[in-house]
Design a protein around this ligand. Structure first.
Ligand SMILES: [Mn+2]
Length: 351
């Protein structure tokens, strides 16, 4: 389908456990095992990575490999911006979640004057900064990068000035201001949230739909509530971290947490959300086959990816058809009137 572009970012610089850069190829293996032609149906852009930096020690304790993360974030944002400007819908497949900051920056570069909402389906809030992070792993920081939040009120670290220099560059890849407002984030299934992140969630009143609420209300109602919370936004980006799924399904991800979403909930929720015309990019991250058995996570994640993509194609085709219907009525009587009008116009021109 020619309106979708797959953007592949095999980066794992931001993760604390090795192996997420193999996630995309694990998805391709799952695709082949299923006998699907998914990966030859779309145009693909591969973003150049910098994973070899992992062989070197990093001087940036509170934001590990931040200099290399910056390079990959820039390249990811350029790829997403280019895809949007060329008229594509970017579907981003990435290793660790730090690249999502690049995806959001790319949307902002393409639409500098639009208000962008973010739906973050994840076990974690990913709102740490070098001032607050207990691990220094940047995959826990993409939403702080996108909102420009240092959260110095919750400060626990004293990062070196070189770290701060790179951190400030990371925050401004999408332009001078904030790429998104904290109040325009909605979490789904966030359940491993640290005090420093809770501080920001309370400060800005960010809504989280825990797994129990998804189960009790059902995905239809949850998707409606999410979209109504983001009704003031012009555009919406969805980030799907597979650690939002329950670890009973698979532990093939860097930071699994109990009590996650079922496959069916994740599938239907993502599909319902992507049907909305404001959604302009979707991302899947953190599949790690080295932590898995028999590629279980990638098999499930590929099923979700294919289902969500099919829904995206159907919904955009339907909305195009509706627009055509408004211009060109299809009911035979109306159609007759429509052609008579055109014929009369031509005759008038000839006279
Ligand atoms: Mn995440």
């Amino acid at each position: 389908m020619d309106f979708i572009k797959l953007i592949e970012v095999r980066s794992e610089l931001g993760a604390g456990t090795r192996g997420a850069s193999l996630g995309i190829d694990a998805l391709k293996t799952a695709c082949l095992d299923k006998g699907s032609d998914y990966f030859i149906r779309f145009d693909i852009t591969e973003v150049e990575t910098d994973n070899d930096a992992l062989f070197e020690s990093t001087p940036y304790n509170y934001a590990k490999h931040i200099d290399s993360v910056y390079k990959v974030e820039r390249r990811t944002s350029d790829a997403v911006r280019d895809a949007i400007e060329d008229g594509y819908f970017p579907l981003i497949l990435a290793g660790d979640h730090s690249t999502a900051a690049g995806s959001i920056a790319g949307i902002k570069l393409a639409y500098p004057n639009k208000r962008i909402g973010v739906i973050w389906i994840d076990a974690h809030a990913d709102l740490h900064s070098p001032y607050t992070s207990p691990s220094g792993n940047i995959h826990g920081m993409p939403l702080a990068i996108a909102t420009g939040e240092d959260n110095k009120e919750s400060r626990r670290n004293d990062p070196h000035q070189d770290t701060i220099k790179w951190w400030n560059k990371l925050k401004h890849v999408g332009g001078d201001g904030q790429n998104i407002l904290p109040k325009d984030i909605v979490f789904v299934s966030a359940r491993d949230i640290e005090e420093e992140e809770k501080f920001l969630i309370n400060k800005y009143g960010i809504r989280n739909f825990p797994t129990s609420e998804v189960k009790n209300k059902g995905v239809e109602q949850i998707s409606e509530e999410i979209l109504s919370l983001l009704s003031d936004c012009d555009l919406i980006y969805i980030s799907f971290d597979v650690d939002s799924l329950d670890p009973k399904i698979s532990e093939g991800t860097g930071t699994p947490v109990e009590n996650g979403l079922s496959i069916e909930q994740a599938k239907q929720l993502n599909a319902l959300l992507i049907n909305n015309d404001k959604v302009c990019a979707w991302e899947m991250v953190e599949v790690n086959p080295t932590l898995d058995r028999e590629n279980a996570m990638a098999e499930e994640a590929f099923d979700i990816l294919e289902y969500v993509t099919d829904n995206l194609i159907d919904s955009r085709e339907n909305s195009t058809r509706q627009k055509l219907d408004m211009q060109h009525p299809r009911n035979p009587a109306e159609l007759e009137g429509y052609f008579r009008t055109i014929a009369e116009e031509i005759l008038e021109e000839e006279e």
